[in-house]
Design a protein around this ligand. Structure first.
Ligand code: NAP
Ligand code: COA
Length: 255
């Protein structure tokens, strides 16, 4: 698990009385975001397929800052089951939802030549359809709260990343959905933005995707001469879901 946010430039009550739902909140970046939101006063709901992992994450969020964390096991590809899980979790707690973070994703390295149609489809369904499914399931709650959506994307598609055609296509779709939602749901008072991380240190994504020995080379290519951290994503996310970003809509921040 990533290190929970240890220092913050934000007020501890930034998200007081807010309820935030994070898909993929049981590990990695999603867990970091759920922990950071809880530390700033939000009640968090985390979603993933692995119930045991979710429970462990919820306990860690409670132990680290007394944060209230509700877990709901569901596969984001299954629209009906996801909707039921989200509605039960939200209605079973406060009946309201202010923030949705779409962070669940799947990935592996594979050349197009070795990708079966089902392999390509699997990642499109988790990343893109999953984002669509969770967003639709939360619409009425977000409309009522004039809430916001944060879609966790990736920089993979910007230049064409080898062995990553499947998540690249999926995340390009997610970015497109961010812009469409911003225009269609902006009039309801719902803001939709994205964060597109490059390689983020100490995450599952890095473990799976960084070729052996590539770390130093990768760092040399980053102007700030280091990889991003989960804390970097947490800080950007806290800003984007806060009232300080109340006129930012339909934008994807690259980190
Ligand atoms: P991670 O720890 O593997 O997080 C992915 C999460 O998604 C897991 O908690 C997983 O939980 C959940 N998930 C996967 N498939 C799911 C499904 N079908 N239904 C519900 N939940 C599902 O990976 P990470 O590296 O932190 O990545 C988090 C996000 O950041 C992803 O959107 C990724 O694309 C993006 N990102 C990461 C990096 C990086 O360097 N790490 C770079 C760019 C973008 P279960 O297995 O329990 O379902
Ligand atoms: N290379 C090529 N194809 C692969 C592959 C690989 N490394 N890994 C899986 N596939 C293919 C499978 O062979 C299958 O295709 P097929 O039916 O034609 O054989 C298809 O992808 C689906 O695999 P399956 O294992 O059934 O999918 P799943 O739904 O159980 O799991 C994954 C989805 C594969 C994305 C899995 O890695 C996962 O759950 N990942 C979540 C965590 C993660 O990826 N974190 C990083 C986020 S950046």
């Amino acid at each position: 698990m990533s290190n929970p946010l240890t220092t913050t430039v934000f007020h501890a009550d930034l998200l007081k009385d807010k309820v935030a739902l994070v898909t993929g909140g049981g590990s990695g970046i999603g867990f970091g975001l759920a922990t950071a939101f809880a530390r700033h006063g939000a009640v968090v709901i985390i979603i993933g397929r692995n119930k045991e992992r979710l429970e462990k994450a919820a306990k860690s969020i409670f132990d680290s800052n007394g944060g209230k964390c509700i877990t709901a096991a569901a596969d984001v590809r299954d629209a009906a089951a996801l909707r039921t899980a989200i509605h039960e979790a939200v209605n079973g707690w406060t009946g309201k939802l202010d923030i949705l973070v779409n962070c669940a994703a799947g990935n592996f390295l594979a050349p197009i030549a070795n990708l079966s149609p089902n392999a390509f489809k699997t990642v499109i369904e988790i990343d893109l359809l999953g984002t669509f499914n969770a967003t639709k399931a939360c619409q009425t709650f977000l409309q009522a709260s004039k809430g916001c959506i944060l879609n966790i994307s990736a920089t993979l598609a910007y230049r064409g990343t080898p062995l990553q055609s499947h998540p690249s296509a999926a995340k390009a779709g997610v970015d497109s959905l961010t812009r469409s939602l911003a225009t269609e749901w902006g009039p309801y008072g719902i803001r939709t933005n994205g964060i597109a991380p490059g390689p983020i240190d100490a995450t599952e994504g890095i473990k799976r995707l960084m070729p052996k020995g590539a770390r130093e080379q990768m760092i040399k290519g980053v102007p700030l001469q280091r990889l991003g951290s989960v804390n970097d994503i947490e800080h950007a996310a806290l800003f984007l879901v806060s009232p300080a970003a109340s006129y930012i809509n339909g934008r994807c921040t690259v980190l």
